[in-house]
Design a protein around this ligand. Structure first.
Ligand SMILES: C[S@@+](CC[C@H](N)C(=O)[O-])C[C@H]1O[C@@H](n2cnc3c(N)ncnc32)[C@H](O)[C@@H]1O
Length: 367
């Protein structure tokens, strides 16, 4: 079987609709992160709005908005922050224009259906907001030059634009130590190089699109630098390897499956931003996120779990709503129930170790 370059923009989308298995129904963890990061969002927005910039129409783009309640909640939060700042500065609050961006397969319709209620609520607050959709990849140009005041993106930039072509010997790294969960989480160097290319292109594209004084807030998954770190692709690979040894999946199918995900160490991310040179780093923080989101419970209201089984079920549903379309496109639908049942068992086994760092980065455009 030939290794083909999978262009993520053609295949990636979260599970659409509002059913039990949809992303909309399984996005409590990003919501918790959003609540936790709200003070940083406020700080970030206030660096852009109200200091040098008091535009009549404040233009914001949410990159990788997906579909579900988080999208319009974020828009409401931003509107509230900017309106409060306007009141404090005794200036007329602006009109708002929000551009919702995601890849072409995203279920934008689900968001559109909740717009009447969103607009009604804003009308009661005397606020005018225009919502637009901008489908396409954020690795490249999405908007005219000098047109956007603020970019936001949460839980997206760990997605690569493509699975990199592995160099000689790298496929061996990815497939070695089949039973060893830690070794399976080691990422071949080509992934880091792909991330660097993608992230630089992202920064350059946003630099051109931002107005002078514009800024952005990015949150995405990074990587802990310990030998005990378990990555999402790593745990999937162990489950898939088990299924190959039981002849439930063909070995060749697994050999040609690689997730377009990369979790960058924080120092690497800082280095890329500095080397690229378009933005100054206002803030770069790490928040520890356990896979069940409970590490954020104090901030965002606890979701108590009865036991580890319930906890693992919650995590598995979240991962399924994100990864099912990708897995289905490669392996077909037939194996999915079995795969996620096994994933849940592995998750129970490794529960206390399942933790990722979330990178929270506030940037302003260098003049
Ligand atoms: C886990 S969802 C996050 C959704 C939302 N921001 C939240 O915090 O709940 C990640 C989203 O990023 C989108 N995405 C990934 N790569 C992208 C790209 N290159 N351009 C635009 N969207 C992308 C995916 O389609 C997906 O909807």
């Amino acid at each position: 079987m030939e290794t083909q370059v999978v262009r993520v923009e053609q295949v990636l989308h979260m599970t659409g609709g509002a059913e039990e298995t949809s992303y909309a129904n399984n996005s409590l963890i990003p919501k918790k992160v959003m609540m936790r990061v709200k003070p940083i969002l406020e700080e970030s927005l206030n660096k852009v709005y109200g200091t040098t910039n008091v535009p009549t129409c404040f233009k914001v783009a949410d990159l990788g908005c997906s579909s579900g309640p988080n999208t319009l909640l974020l828009a409401s939060n931003m509107i509230h922050i900017v309106n409060e700042t306007s009141r404090r500065l005794k200036v007329e609050p602006p009109l708002f224009q929000f551009f919702l961006n995601d890849l072409f397969g995203n279920d934008f319709n689900l968001i559109f259906k909740s717009l009447p209620q969103f607009y009604d609520t804003l009308k009661q607050q005397d606020t005018t907001c225009f919502i637009n959709a901008t489908p396409g990849t954020f690795y490249g140009t999405l908007f005219p030059s000098n047109s956007i005041h603020f970019f936001h993106s949460s839980f997206c930039l760990h997605w690569l634009s493509q699975v990199p072509n592995l160099l000689r010997g790298e496929a061996k790294i990815a497939n070695d130590d089949k039973g060893n969960i830690y070794a399976t989480s080691i990422t071949p160097p080509s992934y880091g190089k792909q991330f660097e290319r993608d992230f630089k292109l992202f920064l350059l594209s946003r630099y051109k699109e931002l107005v002078p004084g514009g800024g952005m807030l990015l949150t995405f998954l990074g990587k802990f630098d310990t030998s005990e770190y378990i990555s999402i692709p790593g745990i999937f690979r162990v489950v898939l390897n088990d299924m190959v040894s039981e002849n439930l999946i063909e070995e060749a199918m697994l050999e040609h499956f690689n997730m377009p995900l990369y979790f960058a160490p924080v120092e690497k991310v800082r280095e890329i931003i500095e080397e690229e040179g378009s933005f100054s780093v206002e803030r770069l923080e790490i928040i520890k996120l356990s896979w069940d989101g409970s590490s954020l419970d104090e901030e965002a209201g606890s979701k108590g779990f009865k036991d580890d089984n319930e906890r693992a079920e919650f995590i598995t549903r979240n991962k399924r709503s994100i990864l099912e379309p990708l897995l289905k496109a490669h392996f077909g639908e037939g194996i999915l129930d079995e795969l996620f049942l096994r994933l849940k068992t592995r998750i129970i086994q490794f529960l206390p170790k399942l933790e990722d760092p979330i990178l929270v980065i506030s940037l302003t455009k260098i003049a």
